[in-house]
Design a protein around this ligand. Structure first.
Ligand SMILES: [Zn+2]
Length: 276
């Protein structure tokens, strides 16, 4: 789902405005100095907002990119013995968290607005059964979110045959590729249930990692697997539900409260050949 459109454009504009001679905009995160710089091109520069009005009278917390999204930050663990690694959280000492959105059952009309205004770019794990026939909706996330795989029909894979699992996983990747132009490299098993056959099938289908989670958002409440707050490196799970606005805002507010910035999961599970 690259190139990343609006978010990158916004970052470029912010950099250009804040600093009149910026050689490579994508390598420099936007900065908020609080000072006003006048250039020949622009006459006004403002500090980026910390919040914006959202759907239904809500307020959307706004985050600045701490690095240029789309730039590899860490490498994915290697495939060992023909099985993809299982990633539950990201090992980082930077104050970053990761938001993932699963399934695609409810195509909420406010999802794009929330991502664009907040500056947060989630990773989507989508099922074929929810994308097929609704590709136009999911193409709307291009440049705002990356698309990865979650099986064709959302079955519990544990204990099922290799051929069945391979069909569910490879078939899903193929559909996402054809209908959305995505390059799915990450796989999340439905219900978080998997076995060794799942890890082998995912590797054979070209995936680089099986991604789990360490916190979830349900009914507008962030739930933690341990402790009472989000921590650096947490991977948070939410879904395309009717409560999308409540869930996404609860996550954003929790991040502000815990001093964390949501960044792009793909950048921390980069393939070795693409990493810097
Ligand atoms: Zn699911």
């Amino acid at each position: 789902m690259r190139p990343r459109g609006v978010a990158v454009l916004a970052a470029v504009v912010a950099v250009v405005c804040a600093c009149s001679s910026q050689p490579e905009a994508r390598q420099a995160p936007p900065t908020a100095t609080g000072t006003t710089t006048t250039t020949a091109v622009t006459t006004t520069t403002t500090t980026p907002p910390t919040a914006l009005p959202g759907p239904g009278g809500t307020t959307i917390p706004v985050f600045q990119q701490p690095y240029a999204f789309g730039t590899p930050q860490q490498q994915v663990p290697p495939v060992v013995d023909g099985m993809v690694p299982v990633v539950r959280r990201i090992d980082t000492d930077r104050p970053y968290v990761f938001i993932t959105v699963d399934d695609g059952a409810v195509r909420h009309p406010a999802a794009v607005e929330l991502m664009r205004k907040s500056g947060v770019e989630p990773t989507l794990f989508l099922n074929s059964k929810h994308v097929d026939g609704h590709a136009d909706y999911f193409k709307g996330f291009e440049g705002l979110a990356t698309v990865h795989a979650h099986t064709a029909t959302h079955p519990d894979l544990t204990g099922t045959s290799y051929d069945f699992q391979r069909g569910e996983i490879c078939g899903n990747a193929d559909l996402l590729r054809v209908q959305l132009g995505a390059r799915p490299k990450l796989f999340r098993p439905p219900f978080g249930n998997y076995d060794q056959t799942t890890r082998r099938a995912a590797a054979d289908c070209g995936f680089t990692a099986l991604v789990m989670w360490t916190a979830a958002v349900n009914d507008g409440v962030v739930q933690f697997q341990a402790g009472g707050r989000l921590n650096a490196g947490d991977i948070v799970l939410m879904h395309f539900r009717h409560t999308f606005v409540e869930d996404f805002l609860a996550f954003l507010e929790r991040c502000k409260q815990d001093g964390l910035t949501p960044v792009v999961l793909d950048d921390f599970l980069a393939e070795p050949k693409a990493a810097v």
